[in-house]
Every structure is written in C-alpha cells, then in structure tokens.
Design a protein around this ligand. Structure first.
Ligand SMILES: [Zn+2]
Length: 90
C-alpha cells in the first residue's frame, strides 16, 4: 500500500480527487458532491463499467499520479475502489 492515500474527497466512482477535476451533475442540474464529470452527467453514469473494468481503466492514471508500478497501482485500486459508493452494492 502506498502511503499517499489522498485525504481529499474522491469521486465515488473512479477515485479521482474531486478538488482537481470538474464535478458531475445531477438530473436537476445541481452539482454532484460524489462524482466527477467524467463519470457522472445529468444524474447518470456516463459509462456502464464493472468494478474490475474501472480498476483496469484507472491503472495507467494511478501509475502516473502516484508514481507506482502497474502491480502496485492494481493492488492499490483493488483495495480502494470497493470502498467507493458506486461499488458498494456491486
Ligand atoms: Zn469519476
């Protein structure tokens, strides 16, 4: 586990820090406090992904952002992603 676990709010779908990205929007046009604009638009997820697909999709970004190897990034995401709201019921 890297010790760089971000403490700021994360997108509850892709784990991207919400402070550094555009937030998603709810069906009524209000700003989502839970999801980023890449994942969530007008109250719906922009992509239908499984948790596993989301993890694979996020590995390259995590490698870059946290300066990890691919294996480290995968195990980091495997432990982090299931704690996010979108994947709680999956
Ligand atoms: Zn997201």
């Amino acid at each position: 586990m890297p010790n760089k676990t971000p403490s700021e709010p994360l997108c509850q779908s892709c784990a991207y820090p919400l402070a550094t990205t555009e937030k998603g929007s709810e069906a009524d046009g209000s700003v989502s406090e839970d999801y980023c604009g890449d994942c969530y638009h007008d109250g719906e997820f922009t992509e239908e992904l499984t948790l596993k697909e989301m993890i694979e999709k996020n590995i390259p970004t995590t490698v870059e952002n946290l300066n990890l190897t691919i294996d480290e990034a995968r195990s980091y995401l495997v432990s982090l992603m299931p704690t996010l709201k979108r994947w709680q019921s999956a």
